[in-house]
Ligand binder design. Sequence first.
Ligand code: ZN
Length: 348
Amino acid sequence: MRKQPPLTKNRLKYVYNSLEHNHFQSSYGMTMPGRNGSATDQYRYGYQGSEKDDEVKGNGNSYTTHFRQHDPRVGRWLSIDPKSRKFPWSSPYVSMSNNPIYYNDPLGDEFIGTDKKSARRVKRNMKNETFSREQFKDFRKLIKVKGDRFKKIAQNDFDDATRNLSTDEKALALGYFKMINAPEKHFINAVKRRESVDLDHSELTVTNLKQAFVNAGISSGQDADDKLGGGGNIASSGQSLTVVVVDSKALVNDFEHPNIIDPSTGDVKKISRSSSFGELIAHEAIGHGLGALSGSSTSGHEDAIQMTNLFLRTTSSPNGAFRTGESHGTGVRLNESQRSSIPAHVTP
Ligand SMILES: [Zn+2]
């Protein structure tokens, strides 16, 4: 491969401006450090629970409309971090387009806790809840955190560790594998109800993500639990920000189990239950966040419900309960195929 001039800051800036100029015009007319992010175009809230807050719901709806025009390239472009300068022979364009390096870049670790505590909590949860079953023991060994972020997992290690899994199990593992190896930056704050949310991170440069939570009045775990039903995610311009409540008490009202019948009507009964920590991570971060930035086609609603249901089918105590989606996003009851499919962005 012929060597090209090193990617200097100025050259990177030129590439951004010339190729993505239109995408990066901020609707607010403001410029973020080093990059112009679209403030509203790809906004998204993900809700685990019912949406009581009209103002927030309004945002979500407008997001949904705009998100359909989302160009996943925007996310990839903005995800380029200083590490890409370690590949001076390869332009950011090349490194981000259908190159095997996409999911194998050993230098990028882009599933990031907003603090070390959050990263540790998520890691522990993955080992103790989400992937606690025996068949995940090889995959569990690949889950490592250094400081505030997950360490990349090599494709061949992932393939070896998941070779004997069922399709559902493989899909769940693939979601986390893709998250950990994402070309985008996904931030997660894992917070207890009694703690403050911590949404500051030096690499969280799409500042409107934090602002969206602030505007929604989310300053504590209790706020996130009570107002967002256990957590939320917002994604824009190559970054996503998730808040999940470790000890959620918020009731989510659209669960059903085929064997739990309302004796007065003879119909399957709606079940209200709170969400486990692992379930919230799957729903918010993998369903909404990864879904949005990997260009999912279902505007996040189905992806997130499907991730919840994939989680329920796959984790340590599968018992046949599922979410219908009626208390989520669009408020539409998903049919069996819609709610039980594997989301396209984590299909093995
Ligand atoms: Zn949701």
